[in-house]
Design a protein around this ligand. Sequence first.
Ligand code: PLP
Length: 398
Amino acid sequence: QSLFNNVPLAPVDPILGVSNAYKQCTAAKKVDISVGAYRDENGKPYVLKCVFEAEKRLLGAPKEYLPIDGIPEFNKVSAKLLYGDAMNGKEKNMVTVQTLSGTGAVRIGIIFVRKYLPAGTTVYISNPSWANHHNICKESGVPSAQYTYYDPKTRGLNFEGMIADMKAAPNGSVFVLHLCAHNPTGVDPTKEQWNVIADVMKSKNHIPFVDCAYQGYASGDLDNDAYSARLFLSRGFEMFSAQSYSKNFGLYGERAGALTIVSHNEKNIPLILSQVKMDIRAMYSSPPTHGARIVATVLQDPELTKLWIDELKGMSNRIKYVRQKLLDALVARNVPGTWNHIVDQIGMFTYTGLNPKQVEVLVQKYNIYLLASGRVSLAGLNDHNIDYVADAIKDAVT
Ligand code: PLP
């Protein structure tokens, strides 16, 4: 007998579960295209040179507790990185706190939504989205719903459906929007479409909650990728943003991120900060030092920043190269269907359109691990395995 006999088994995380299955697979030939973490052209994890250089400078840095809201310089450079020139004097209307990476930023922000937005405010999440958005809302006790996003027929954006759902949602709803490089579809609105989205959101008093996990990864250009967040800020929205440095700095396990809340009323800022700090204090007291110090070191040093931008371009260019190679390999094999969406989509992923049965063939017969939804993390592909994957896709599809 045990007190815990009634604890049910929780479902396996759809992403981490596949990645673990890959690790346990003992086959000589296997491919991991499941988890969204960058790999170099030899399939190896990659520590950025700018990070390595910053770490050299940080050797021996004190291990004291950080303030509850993190390193002030880190918070400052984070807000600047995302909002750039759109800040334009709005610093006084913003509060930025260091968080446990992007997930922590979303979590703290969603708790704030539950506590300080009108009761029952619903958080709208794109269909599909990073599955953790749903977990976070559920665990935070916040009602959530989905808005139309992806069109399986075109393998692109269902813009009309998205706008219709925004119009139909109760005024003052929160919309979680992916800054760029939408996960899992790789489908982003155009700049013109973002402007229409902003118009509709304004007319409905909706609140943007911009999840920024891939700034710099989509186009290789930090400013271009930040377009939507800067648009919302310059259009005068009260809004949230959650930044992650996992992908663009390769700091996955260091848990470096930032939450920013923007208010029309400057007087609210210290009050908002006080509440956010109270939540952080009760949850994990204060954030970790190392990753945020690395980011602050790089972003405060023009030379290291230049090195970072070059490396970021290098990573995003490799992903673009792999997209084209995969498309070429499928076309060369006359694989039935259209595959252009692989190069039309953007960021770390392609939503292939492979169905769960076809995915099953890839996993069971070829030890190629990807999500059941057909999402492929392109970072796991390289010149050594693309032909193998293309052969396997041909077999699965025909
Ligand atoms: N949001 C999106 C859309 C993501 O894809 C991810 C990571 O995959 C995150 C947030 C959070 O990432 P992390 O907590 O690892 O920084």
